[in-house]
Ligand binder design. Structure first.
Ligand code: NI
Length: 144
């Protein structure tokens, strides 16, 4: 857990200066037909943050929790991220993640073992959700 959270803290220090240097116009361009623009990728990461916020807080409070299936294309398409302002998306992503880091640091070892079931996925521990969240974040940031 500590490794994942240290990595998240490092990402939140390093990424913003790189992200804010991307122009609003460039951020809205799709790299290829059917591929997400940078705005849609950061939007997808905001969706990941908001879904995980619910899972982490509710998961901390109970030994077992269940959550609905998360449909990423539906979330991205419904919200029209390409029409949003890039600096707003970057700020929202950054502040949301600072808060998630704050929350994850409050989790106890007993809470790490709490079981969370998301949609049809096999049950995962809260610890696995947090570690998986950081891995997913790193993977998508490398696409921006
Ligand atoms: Ni993803």
């Amino acid at each position: 857990m500590k490794l994942a959270l240290d990595e998240l803290a490092q990402i939140l220090q390093d990424a913003p200066s790189r992200l804010v240097n991307i122009s609003d116009e460039d951020a809205g361009k799709a790299p290829a037909p059917g591929k997400w623009s940078r705005k849609q990728i950061i939007g997808h990461l905001i969706d990941s943050a908001s879904n995980n916020h619910q899972r982490w807080v509710r998961g901390m409070a109970a030994a077992r929790t269940e959550f609905p299936k998360y449909e990423q294309e539906l979330w991205v398409n419904t919200q029209g991220y390409t029409d949003a302002r890039w600096p707003d998306l970057v700020n929202l992503w950054l502040l949301y993640n600072r808060h998630l880091l704050h929350i994850a640091r409050r989790m106890t070892a007993e809470q790490w073992a709490h079981e969370c079931v998301v949609g049809d996925n096999p049950p995962a521990s809260l610890l696995e959700l947090v570690v998986g969240y950081v891995t997913h974040l790193r993977r998508h940031l490398s696409q921006i």
